[in-house]
Design a protein around this ligand. Structure first.
Ligand code: ADP
Ligand code: TRP
Length: 329
């Protein structure tokens, strides 16, 4: 049985890009009996961006309840919170000593901030703390601690998995084969969802459709989708944002009819109303579960505590092997 592991950082409310790009495929994978899945909430990774403790709590429960509402089955998936796995932070420190500083200098996320600082003529490391700089090493620890074979992620995370592989390799060369060298699991067909303004949907662009807002918030977001100024009666393009999003929520037949109508001149207002109808129909049953978990946080805590116990059992075994390999027994 192959081990699959992935984590999501609770740095904002889950949006439909997270759902279709990460959560839904991960849940589908967990139904395959060939894989043993470990999914977690990367709350200590979120610390690089969060401002206060209310945000930490708020986003944490939003992401935890989202996974459960979307169908994660805690009996099948080992579902836990990163900060509960103390072994992770011990492995992280050991791995720091096997990671060349130059490797971190080349990490995309760090480099992008340095470049931005240089362009603005300020100190190159302005606003960069060691948590951000060492982020890929903690991520490597998250992965290597569980003898992970595959890590399902979006394309933007590919380099992080390569770094984890490099670190595992360095370890194995220095101390003998101890760690599994993980692979990314990137579904090339998996769509990158566009946001309200036509760019990639992302919290950082403030162009998202929140997955579990209220019905009226959903409607408001859909009404904000940027369209061209073509009037009702004028044909619309099939690759417009409204059509792309409609396809995700509708049946194949509905999607065909909708596209034909757009090409025949359906007005944007009416098209958006119809998008809202299918999106709301799709989301409503999950939203009910989400609301249930949000008002039963004790149940969520219990599920995660149980997941952490199961995860730590595996983690302890791997860490023991690592400590033995480096001579700290
Ligand atoms: P954001 O860009 O909103 O900050 P994250 O980086 O926290 O989102 O992404 C969490 C997960 O959701 C990742 O696996 C990422 O690949 C996926 N994801 C985020 N935005 C999209 C999108 N627009 N389309 C598809 N997948 C996405
Ligand atoms: N860095 C990932 C992201 O931003 C989140 C993450 C943290 C992760 N640790 C992980 C993903 C381990 C996969 C495996 O989306």
């Amino acid at each position: 049985m192959k081990r699959v592991l992935t984590g999501i950082k609770p740095t904002g409310y889950a949006h439909i890009g997270n759902y279709f790009g990460a959560i839904k495929p991960a849940i589908e994978l967990s139904k395959n009996a060939d894989y043993q899945c470990f999914y977690f909430i990367a709350d200590y990774h979120a610390l690089t961006t969060l401002e206060n403790k209310e945000q930490v709590q708020d986003y944490f429960y939003n992401i935890a309840c989202t996974w459960l509402a979307c169908g994660l089955d805690p009996n099948k998936v080992v579902f836990y919170r990163q900060s509960d796995i103390k072994e992770d932070f011990e492995l992280y420190w050991i791995l720091c000593n096997l990671t060349p500083k130059g490797l971190m200098n080349r990490a995309h996320a760090y480099k992008a901030i340095v470049e931005r600082n240089e362009e603005s003529g300020i100190d190159r490391d302005d606003g960069i703390n060691m948590g951000l700089y060492n982020y890929p090493i903690l991520m490597a620890a998250d992965i290597l601690l569980f003898d992970t074979d595959y890590v399902p992620v979006g394309l933007d995370q590919k380099q992080h998995i390569e770094i984890a592989r490099d670190i595992a390799h360095n370890f194995n060369v220095k101390y003998g084969k101890t760690l599994i060298e993980p692979n990314d699991y990137i579904d090339e067909n998996n769509c990158t969802l566009v946001g309200l303004d036509g760019r990639k949907m992302s919290k950082s662009y403030n162009n998202t459709i929140m997955l579990f807002g209220t019905e009226s918030a959903l409607k408001k977001s859909i009404m904000r989708i940027v369209t061209d100024s073509r009037l009702p009666g004028e044909p619309k393009d099939a690759d417009c944002t409204v059509n792309k999003l409609y396809k995700l929520f509708a049946t194949t037949e509905e999607a065909e009819v909708f596209e034909k109508e757009l090409l025949a001149g359906l007005g944007w207002g009416e098209a958006k109303n119809r998008l809202f109808d299918v999106a709301n129909r799709f989301i409503t049953p999950m939203r009910e579960k989400f609301d249930y978990y949000m008002s039963h946080k004790d149940e969520v805590d219990k599920i995660l505590a149980d997941g952490a116990n199961r995860a730590r059992e595996v983690a302890r075994g791997v860490l023991k092997r690592v400590r033995k390999a480096i001579g700290v027994e």
